[in-house]
Design a protein around this ligand. Sequence first.
Ligand SMILES: [Mn+2]
Length: 315
Amino acid sequence: MTGNSALGSMFGAGAVDTFLGLPRLRDLSRVSSQMVLLGADGCTPYPSVGFYCAGGPAAIRAAGAAYAANLGHMNFDLGGPVFPAGISAVDAGDLPQTEADPEGNRARIFGAVSQVLDRGAVPILIGGDDSLPIPMLEAYGARRRSITILQIDAHIDWREEVGGESLGLSSTMRRASEMAHVEAIIQVGQRGIGSARMQDVADAQDWGVNFVPAGEVARSGLGRAIDLIPAGAEVVICLDLDALDPSIMPAVIGRTAGGLGYWQVLELIGGVAEKARIAGLDMVEFMPSRDVDGQGAAVAAQLLAAAMGIIARQG
Ligand SMILES: [Mn+2]
């Protein structure tokens, strides 16, 4: 018995295979909940690493299963239960992604997110590497929904291409910037070497990106980041778990010191909900083989539950 399943058993949780024991919904044409959780092991992999985050959604679900029996309990991160007015989310499981079919992977994410949006629900996509958001973001444009992106990440992801691949995880924000329905991009959490080439930073700033590096957050807090969110905007939050400090989030491919803390990420998400509207969330780059004794999975599950609680409160 692992630490998390032992914890779940102690609190009376039976075996569950959805995040927090949420209801399972396979048929996305029947969505009637406020939020839909979707998993994907990958999307557009670089051949050198493949689906290196495969199993990420399963690991986060397993960590969240420990709380299935006390979902209605006080969550002190929220000042109330995760779902204050009854469970308002479903878990749609994982999309059948395969390394050999990047085009199909993108079509499946685009299609699933489109169905969720068409039902008036908020998609929550967990991964899987950081190439997942590209087709997710495109789905808003296909529905003529203008969005602001808040990217929380150690890396800026503005590469034109890597090894000829332009839809991989290092190009996500550059591709987003080319989408006509993306009105603004705010990027928070950059640090260290390996986040960006000088020209990529310049291109992003020329486009209009505002960067709030992790060092600024450490020195001055999140005030400027939250000020940059346009009031009333529809915001899609693109959260790469490597934005968090590796001391609490070791389950990422590249651990870089100086990352954001749990409360800082939560404050940022809460700040968006206060002045704008969270229209979608992705949480990517969870790499099970890099986790240390379930530490990262536990943090990802706690953060995801709290984020869902914030979205539940925005009505
Ligand atoms: Mn990253």
